[in-house]
Design a binder for this molecule. Structure first.
Ligand code: BTN
Length: 327
């Protein structure tokens, strides 16, 4: 996004009406130039109200993501901070961006946010609905030395870190749905997408992608094919996206810092306490079949354990599987 768009958003974030003329005057550009940028932002999904003769305003509580604010609020137990932290206004996918930079020393332990994604990616080839300025789209790049085998359960552990971050902004009652979903009250609040690049047996890079719904408009949500919720529905006060952004980076960095040493076992109990499906009848679908049973929990490696009708316990390893409540 252009610098002009950023400046316009910083004026509009007060939630008041501003005419095209006054915006133009403040920024030293024409009314038409302002209008063109606003149109572009609207196309990206910015919720903009325009009233003839009065001007433009964004929804109350709109808070642009800001690199300096996110870094200033950042606190990690490990003392680690991202080598770089970028905020894009629009990008195809934050995961794709960092995947393409895996192994580049300039991006070692870096974090990327975007205000909107044009090709946001979800699990199992799905699209992640990513309208402008409404949610959190974050990716983090991290290197591991011991290969993919040492990373069993990492994506579940990231769920624990995301839940911890949500607790810091006052959101309790967050649950985790195997393998990678963030839930509240059987509705999806967010998701995690881990992608690995490099040697599965040795040095590899992991891109941790996190999408959290903060204030999803019903127009954007029309594209979501499952029950969903957002933070502003669940919290009495609107959430500060910059505060949440810092809490996410801090908690995920601490987890990534510790994970190779302690493994999933360290996070398993916390994961199980938050399990949205524990004890419920559910169905696991693989590309070939659907298997139903009672969800028991997860094992030390993060595999789902389910008791089948014949009394046997079956384990399922993440990947392309999906888990749903039995009908
Ligand atoms: C899921 O399907 O539940 C996982 C969704 C992950 C979405 C996030 S948004 C930031 C990052 N960039 C992407 O393209 N996807 C992930």
């Amino acid at each position: 996004m252009s610098e002009l768009q950023t400046k316009i958003l910083h004026i509009l974030k007060d939630g008041a009406f501003h005419s095209g003329e006054s915006l133009g005057e403040k920024l030293g550009v024409s009314r038409t130039a302002v209008w063109k940028q606003l149109q572009k932002l609207e196309k990206l999904g910015l919720q903009l109200e325009s009233v003839k003769g009065t001007g433009y305003r964004v929804q109350a509580g709109f808070e642009p993501l800001d690199q300096a604010t996110i870094l200033q609020k950042l606190a990690t137990k490990s003392g680690l901070a991202p080598q770089r932290l970028d905020v894009f206004q629009s990008i195809d996918s934050t995961n794709k961006y960092l995947r393409e930079r895996a192994g580049d020393p300039d991006y070692f332990r870096s974090a990327v946010f975007a205000e909107s994604q044009t090709l946001g990616r979800g699990r199992r080839g799905k699209t992640w609905v990513s309208p402008f300025g409404a949610n959190i789209y974050l990716s983090i790049l991290w290197d591991f030395e011991l290969g993919a085998e040492s990373l069993g359960g990492l994506s579940l552990a990231i769920g624990v870190a995301v839940r911890r971050a949500l607790l810091t902004i006052g959101l309790d009652g967050v649950q985790l749905k195997w393998p990678n979903d963030i839930y509240i009250g059987q509705k999806k609040l967010g998701g995690i997408l881990l992608e690995m690049v490099g040697d599965p047996a040795g040095h590899c890079s992991v891109v941790v992608g996190v999408g959290i719904n903060v204030s999803m408009s019903s127009a954007s949500a029309a594209e979501i094919d499952q029950d969903w919720t957002d933070i502003n529905t669940e919290l009495a006060e609107p959430c500060s996206r910059n505060q949440l952004a810092s809490a996410l980076v801090g908690n995920i960095f601490d987890l990534l810092h510790d994970f190779q040493e302690v493994g999933f076992t360290q996070y398993r109990d916390e994961w199980q306490l938050a399990d949205a499906f524990k004890g419920l009848q559910a169905t696991v679908s693989t590309p070939r079949e659907a298997i139903s049973g009672t969800v028991l929990g997860v094992d030390a490696g993060g595999a789902l354990e389910m008791r089948l009708v014949n009394g046997e316990t079956q384990r399922f390893i993440g990947g392309e599987l999906s888990l749903r409540l039995a009908k």
